[in-house]
Write a protein that binds this ligand. Sequence first.
Ligand SMILES: Cc1cc2nc3c(=O)[nH]c(=O)nc-3n(C[C@H](O)[C@H](O)[C@H](O)COP(=O)(O)OP(=O)(O)OC[C@H]3O[C@@H](n4cnc5c(N)ncnc54)[C@H](O)[C@@H]3O)c2cc1C
Length: 424
Amino acid sequence: MGSQAMVKSENFDVLVVGAGMVGAAIACALGLKGVRVAVFDRALPASFEPDQLPDLRVSALSYASEQILKNLGAWQYMEAMRMCPYRRMAVWEKLHFPSGRELDKRPNQTVFDAADIRQEQLGFIVENRVTQLGLLKRLDELKSVTLLAPATIKSLNLKGSKPEITLEDDRLFTADLLIGADGAQSRVRDQANIRLDTREYEQQCLVATVEVEGGMQDITWQAFTRTGPEAFLPLPDIDGKSYASIVWYNLPENVQKLMKLSDSEFLEELSTTFPKELPPLVKLHERGFFPLARRHAMNYFANGAVLAGDSAHTINPLAGQGVNLGFQDVAWLAEILTDAHEAGESLGSSEVLQRYEKARRRDNQLMMSTMDAFYHAFSNDNAPLKVLRNVALGIAGKSTPAVKEVMKYAMGISGRQAKLAKAS
Ligand SMILES: Cc1cc2nc3c(=O)[nH]c(=O)nc-3n(C[C@H](O)[C@H](O)[C@H](O)COP(=O)(O)OP(=O)(O)OC[C@H]3O[C@@H](n4cnc5c(N)ncnc54)[C@H](O)[C@@H]3O)c2cc1C
């Protein structure tokens, strides 16, 4: 990696704003092909300590994301830190007697099992920081990539013939293309005058990291309730202790009440409300909450800038697809840009960037609409709809070809794949 002191008023092929999971991945993918990249972030993640308790922010990474991270050479570093494979995923809707007591039997439960599609696991639960650190370690090995972080961007200029970034210390950087991987509140998107289609969800998402009894599990589960899903994600064991990430979707007023409870009151509430599958809880480690919004950029590129990851789209996290879509953006954008680079095309040209938008917009839109359909179908007490969705879940539990297709879709292995997403 180039040294920070040497890069004054330098010209690159591509500038990337944001060295989060998506920005670091796109910089790696381009750097591996010899494209000269400068990547900027205002902050760097804290380094990894093996005995550190799990972070609050974790993601379920799909099979396709695993292949992308392996092909980029980051997976080995992530594995050396920690991750938790999951082989099964159970989904059901909580049903109650008129008295309010929950039904013991679950005719509407579906269990997705990796063995049914001859895979070892459905995916991995990984702390976001572990993924980002694995990618940054790989970046460090690539000569054509320069990381500038922590760095404060003073101005982003997209009005000239080439995109320009000026840092607070007045160093100037130019390139043929600027990639905005700067997350949901993207400054690049604003600067490029790209408008957003936004819908706020009624529910918020409370996430808690808890220590649990019973060893590391290989199943994630999600129970749908009227106020939102209750979900369990297993985390890797640390020093012989087991942990889990609990995701509790609820209305904002309920989330606020839960956030105000003492640790012991919160654990008590969790044990009494969550399904019986919840292992005995030992200790609450951390909790936080996230307002949820669906956002989709009206265009993926404009004025020499292009968007990837959360800067282009945010999605309801109920099926854990956000960064998986971001990694798919990375795989397609890298392939299209490196092909264009080799063919001598200008990386910032509309013809090149249109290929990327064509490759990604429909898929991102489809996943967003699928999540919305789930969200609205399950946040509704309408009796016929309730019967319909439970019949659907019950059928899904039995009809193997349909279940296999759903699993492949969630794992990112259905449809057309970019080269980077294929097993090597
Ligand atoms: C509760 C919750 C659970 C989720 N669970 C899952 C899951 O299970 N699976 C899944 O796939 N996804 C999940 N997601 C979504 C996932 O977290 C996001 O899709 C992912 O973090 C987006 O990555 P990104 O790199 O695009 O953006 P970010 O992670 O937001 O990174 C943006 C980077 O840009 C930098 N930056 C921003 N502005 C500037 C600036 N002006 N100058 C310099 N640097 C800047 C930031 O410092 C940051 O490093 C979940 C989301 C939520 C809220």
